[in-house]
Design a protein around this ligand. Structure first.
Ligand SMILES: [Zn+2]
Length: 394
């Protein structure tokens, strides 16, 4: 056999064994041999290599027969890391993410709302280097960076095509981060990465078809089918905020009239409230409703009805098994959750679809984008054979 053929097989076998332990752990060497069809000798050799470099651990487990202990193998979740980044209008959040989706050393950096993409990416690069130092992370184990942000994202090219919230156009996020950190970066819309986190380790774990809907500064959604993010032709699938619900309605930021988000987005609600009485925040608007102010009740009640309408419409379009709700409007105000629990399924969802899906809330809330971005980077850049070779060389 040629040398490069042998190398190819060696790499392939290492990857196969690692993947099997990762996806089926804990399991024994004998089970790996059975599942892969490799000889016990080959399996033992590869397991020894992985163990030596700390990619997996042995654990002892009692078997059913009295007193016998089986030696099982389990991937070390901290042996492969990525960095997850969330860019918001006024803050950047960074954390290392392990194979189990746990966050290590999360930190928040203030961002000037008017800041250019270059300035923000400079802060991110510095933040990542500080995170690696502070947490004493082994750079060789970091496979890449994942970035989640609001806007239309060119996922394949690693660019923000347009982020109205951040004021960015055609920002080369992956290129700049690679230049400043030496790490490859995967970039996506914040709701898309959040839905990935929920699918892998959160509220939609085990789901075949889930939709995450975000009700925050805008309204958007992300669909996951059989584990993959559904992107559409230009990665814009799920932009429900700009579906028109009233052709004669209010003017939206996008220039159209009566977009869904003119009835639900935070800024739109505050603006509508301010026409009656100066209101600085959603908290004040909800407080006015609790105090029995009629105008506040009208605005909030209409927003809640449109949240329920959105859930019903999304169910009609995608027929999901799980709908996950996230964003300030549904996470911060118990009256919104109560309304959804009481009325959504029975009054707003088309009758044949009632009970065909469950409505859940984000399991991660604040950390969802960091975790999802980190997992996105692992999915894109993890190449365990190369990782092992890199570790062996050092
Ligand atoms: Zn619009």
């Amino acid at each position: 056999m040629q040398k490069h053929d042998q190398d190819f097989i060696k790499r392939k076998n290492r990857t196969t064994v690692f993947e099997i332990i990762k996806n089926h752990s804990p399991l024994s060497r004998a089970e790996i041999a059975r599942l892969t069809g490799m000889s016990p000798t080959t399996v033992s050799r590869i397991v020894a290599e992985l163990d030596h470099l700390d990619f997996m651990h042995e654990i002892e487990q009692e078997t059913t027969s009295v007193g016998r202990k089986a030696i099982l193998l389990k991937v070390n979740p901290k042996s492969v890391l990525s960095v997850g980044v969330e860019i918001d209008k006024t803050a950047i959040r960074i954390g290392a993410v392990d194979l189990d989706g746990s966050v290590i050393g999360g930190k928040s950096i203030a961002r000037n709302a008017e800041e250019s993409s270059e300035a923000t990416l400079g802060s991110i690069a510095a933040g990542i280097n500080a995170l690696i130092d502070d947490e004493r992370l082994d750079r060789r184990r970091i496979v890449g960076i994942g970035v989640g942000l609001p806007g239309i994202i060119d996922h394949a090219g690693g660019k923000a095509v347009l982020s109205a919230q951040l004021g960015w156009k055609q920002a080369d996020i992956a290129g700049l981060l690679k230049e400043r950190t030496g790490l490859a970066a995967a970039v996506d819309n914040e709701l898309k990465v959040k839905s990935l986190a929920e699918h892998m380790y959160g509220a939609a774990k085990g789901s075949k078809r889930s939709v995450l809907i975000g009700f925050g500064s805008g309204v958007g959604s992300s669909l996951i089918i059989d584990g993959d993010i559904y992107r559409g032709e230009s990665n814009s699938a799920g932009e429900v905020g700009h579906t028109v619900v009233d052709p004669g309605g209010l003017r939206c930021d996008c220039g159209k009239k009566g977009c869904l988000q003119t009835y639900i987005a935070e800024a739109a609600l505050i603006e509508q409230a301010s026409r009656v009485k100066p209101v600085a925040s959603l908290d004040e608007l909800f407080q006015a409703r609790r105090d029995g102010e009629r105008w506040a009740a009208d605005i909030v009640d209409r927003a809640m009805a449109f949240i329920a309408v959105t859930i019903g419409n999304v169910a009609c379009m995608y027929n999901p098994d799980t709908v996950i709700l996230t964003g300030k409007l549904v996470e911060r105000y118990p009256e919104v959750r109560a309304f959804i629990a009481e009325k959504c399924m029975s009054e707003y969802v088309w009758e044949p679809l009632r009970g065909t899906f469950r409505i859940a809330y984000s399991a991660f809330e604040q950390d969802g984008v960091i975790i999802g971005s980190g997992l996105l980077a692992q999915g894109r850049f993890l190449d365990i054979a190369s990782q092992i070779e890199q570790m062996e060389q050092n």
